[in-house]
Write a protein that binds this ligand. Structure first.
Ligand code: PMP
Length: 335
């Protein structure tokens, strides 16, 4: 019989698929690594097992313990999958810009969810960092993995995402493109690919306009809110090693969302806004590359969590984004 012992054994080995339509005019091969094939639906499933294993080994998580983490949703799902198997309860602190659908997913996995305001400074007592710190102090047996500083996050991508890309491209990958949230994905995967290729693979970051990673040094006025979820930051987390990244592209929400909608309509890939953002950066990087170049772009999560946002025409218009809907085929009276 062929079966997995637990759902967390199904994490990883996600497929690569070539992008064929949004790449019009590009000679290079652009391959998407589709992370929604992970059992919890995102790349974040990859970090949970390593983080929890280490916490148990170090005695920071004991039987009956509680995992408390600030997360935009996906890390919560990844942690919840593993926590369930091992009898831990979970409490997740999410910023209020995270869609209600995503919060409900966390609850469906049995987690408790605490909602905090998005546009306050990290050291504000209402911020999602501060609230999670307080909960860790107050809940007995609480352990905070802290994906922002936990080195097991980049380590898990070094051990899985990077090697999978290397193996599946027969070592022919020339560019790796990923959005930067905590930085764990690009740091770990990028580090592996650089080592395996002896420095040949170019690592390309994608960052929302408003995030600190691609702001000019000292220009705090360039750090402000944006709508794409799961990427960008307003501080420098320890999980991110900027020396791994060769170039970083600043992508406005409007471009990220337009591309996210095109991926669903033209490539059959229903993915989140950070995937659209990463593809915008991948196409910018690929524009002038020769046909032999192989650009791998990582698509972190599924689009189902964003049906009321980037895929909703009214939401798009309300936020000032153009909506490129074709003329309906069905007469108005029948719609
Ligand atoms: N996209 C989404 C939707 C995410 O949830 C995350 C994780 N915060 C990322 C991209 C970025 O991944 P990382 O934290 O590894 O940089």
């Amino acid at each position: 019989m062929r079966y997995a012992h637990t759902v967390s054994d199904l994490v990883g080995s996600t497929p690569l698929v070539r992008l064929n339509h949004v790449t019009d005019g590009i000679a290079a091969t652009v391959l998407a690594k589709v992370e929604y094939f992970n059992p919890g639906g995102s790349s974040k499933d990859r970090i949970a097992t390593l983080i929890i294993d280490a916490a148990e080994r170090e005695g920071r998580l004991r039987p009956g313990g509680v995992i408390v983490e600030p997360t935009s949703g996906n890390t919560g799902v990844g942690l919840a999958l593993v926590a369930q198997q091992r009898g831990y309860r979970t409490v997740f602190v999410v910023p209020d810009k995270v869609s209600e659908d995503k919060r409900n997913v966390l609850k469906a996995y049995g987690a408790e969810v605490v909602v905090t305001p998005t546009n306050v400074e990290p050291d504000d007592p209402r911020s999602y960092y501060s609230v999670s710190d307080r909960l860790v102090r107050e809940i007995p047996g609480a352990y905070k993995p802290d994906q922002y500083s936990n080195q097991n996050a980049p380590r898990s991508h070094f051990g899985s995402t990077g090697p999978e890309i290397w193996r599946d491209t027969d070592g022919r990958v020339t560019h790796f493109v990923a959005g930067v949230g905590t930085g764990g994905t690009i740091t770990g995967s990028g580090r592996f690919l650089k080592q395996a290729s002896e420095g040949r693979v170019r690592i390309v970051g994608a960052d929302p306009v408003g995030s600190i990673y691609s702001a000019e040094p000292g220009r705090h006025d360039q750090v402000h809110g944006y709508l794409v979820e799961g990427v960008g930051e307003d501080f420098w987390p320890g999980a991110y090693d900027p020396t791994v990244v060769d170039e970083i592209h600043r992508v406005p929400d409007a471009e990220a969302f337009a591309m996210t909608r095109r991926l669903a309509r033209e490539e059959g890939l229903l993915v989140g806004g950070s995937s659209g953002m990463a593809v915008v950066a991948a196409l910018r990087a690929a524009r002038d590359l020769p046909a032999e170049a192989v650009v791998v772009v990582l698509l972190p999560d599924h689009g189902r969590g964003y049906l009321g946002k980037v895929f909703d025409d009214d939401w798009m218009r309300a936020h000032g984004f153009p909506v490129d809907a074709p003329e309906p085929l069905v007469p108005a009276g029948l719609q």
